[in-house]
Design a protein. Structure first.
Length: 384
């Protein structure tokens, strides 16, 4: 563990920060279309950046960001460099502190890895603020609902045989999860069609079903597949094209009845604004940690609301259940149990919905297992 000493802070100011780079192993290697088309290797672990922030009078907040396959050590390194700028600051000034962190590393930009590192600090500051107010994060921000529609993704990956896929849908429904998402985008489109057709028949015509191509189609293929999938009454078709192809996504959204969803790979407000401006999504899918935390997520949500878009935040349900509860139009939250071993608490699903926790802040505490998965850690400042 490395230590960076800083001057003593005022009682209510930020006095101490702890960073941890944690590698969470997955039970089975995960494959989607990016793997089957040779672009990536199966995913075996998730790198988590944890940030704990404590004030001189003992209030503490917990935040996190993450990366898949690569980038975890880079996020940690950037976070360690910029963390000292927060010592002595008022933790309630979250918007100002976000800007301060961004300008501390401005030469590496305001998107990508740099803001993903900032995201862990930002989430920790919001968690701290909500805890000081003795409110859940959703209540602090101003929620519209106490539960949110949820759908499962983890049971629908391409490495899963079809018979197991059907069994997984039954498990999800028994857990009270309200929708199922399947991965598509295989080199042989006929296999995608067969899997979707089989699952739709298994679920019935009305049960919410989504598909996700993970950016693997070119424009002609996306046109054909979106047309074919119209018959299956899907909630959405996700990432049919490259994540930066706003124009192509907009053309699909204008042409087909089935909604188009995208946004999870975008890492700034500016990138999301381009899709909103071009109407490149019916469902926008911002990822709080990827865009730099709650502060930029709220900006994206405000722009999406003004444009009349629907919302389906990507991954990290432990955070997004709170943020989705604050969106005026009924959103969807993605159910992934992958991060559950990191925390002592569990989210509750019932009647197709995820219950918004009422505990202060995010309502999360780290499990004892995290210590065994920690690769690097650093402390900045001094605890009271």
């Amino acid at each position: 563990m490395s230590h960076v000493q800083s001057p003593p802070a005022a009682p209510g100011a930020i006095a101490w920060i702890r960073l941890a780079s944690v590698f969470l192993p997955l039970a089975n290697p995960i494959s989607d279309a990016k793997v089957l088309t040779g672009r990536q290797k199966p995913m075996t672990e998730i790198a988590i950046l944890f940030v704990e922030i404590e004030t001189g009078d003992g209030h503490r907040g917990l935040g996190f960001s993450y990366s898949k396959r690569a980038g975890g050590p880079g996020q940690f390194a950037h976070a360690r460099e910029i963390a000292p700028t927060l010592i002595g600051e008022d933790p309630s000034d979250i918007a100002r502190l976000w800007s301060k962190l961004a300008w501390a590393g401005a030469s590496v930009g305001r998107s990508g890895l740099a803001v993903q590192a900032i995201g862990a600090f930002d989430v920790a500051l919001w968690d701290l603020k909500a805890k000081r107010a003795n409110l859940s994060l959703a209540k602090l921000l101003g929620s519209h609902r106490d539960s949110v529609r949820c759908y499962n993704t983890s049971g629908g990956f391409l490495h899963t045989p079809l018979d197991q896929l059907l069994a997984n849908t039954d498990v999800s429904r028994a857990k009270g999860i309200g929708g199922i998402k399947l991965k598509v985008g295989q080199p042989d489109c006929a296999l995608d069609i067969h899997r979707v057709e089989t699952v739709r028949r298994h679920l019935g015509d009305a049960f919410p079903l989504m598909v996700d191509a993970n950016q693997q189609w070119d424009r002609p293929t996306a046109q054909r597949m979106c047309r074919t999938f119209e018959q299956f009454n899907l909630v959405w078709i996700e990432e049919p094209l490259d994540c930066y192809d706003a124009e192509g996504h907009a053309a699909l959204a204008a042409q087909f009845d089935t909604p188009i969803a995208t946004g999870e790979m975008l890492t700034s407000v500016a990138e999301h604004w381009e899709f909103i401006r071009q109407r490149g999504a019916d469902y926008l899918m911002p990822d709080g940690p990827r865009v730099g935390g709650i502060t930029p997520f709220l900006k994206i949500a405000g722009l999406a609301e003004h444009a009349g878009l629907m919302l389906g935040p990507h991954f990290a349900m432990e955070l997004h259940v709170h943020l989705a509860a604050c969106y005026p139009t009924e959103p969807w939250v993605e159910h992934f149990e992958w991060l559950e071993p990191l925390f002592n608490e569990r989210l509750e699903t019932r009647d197709g919905r995820m219950i918004v926790p009422t505990r202060p802040g995010l309502g999360l505490t780290l499990s004892d297992r995290v210590a065994g998965w920690t690769a690097q850690e650093a402390e900045i400042g001094k605890r009271a």
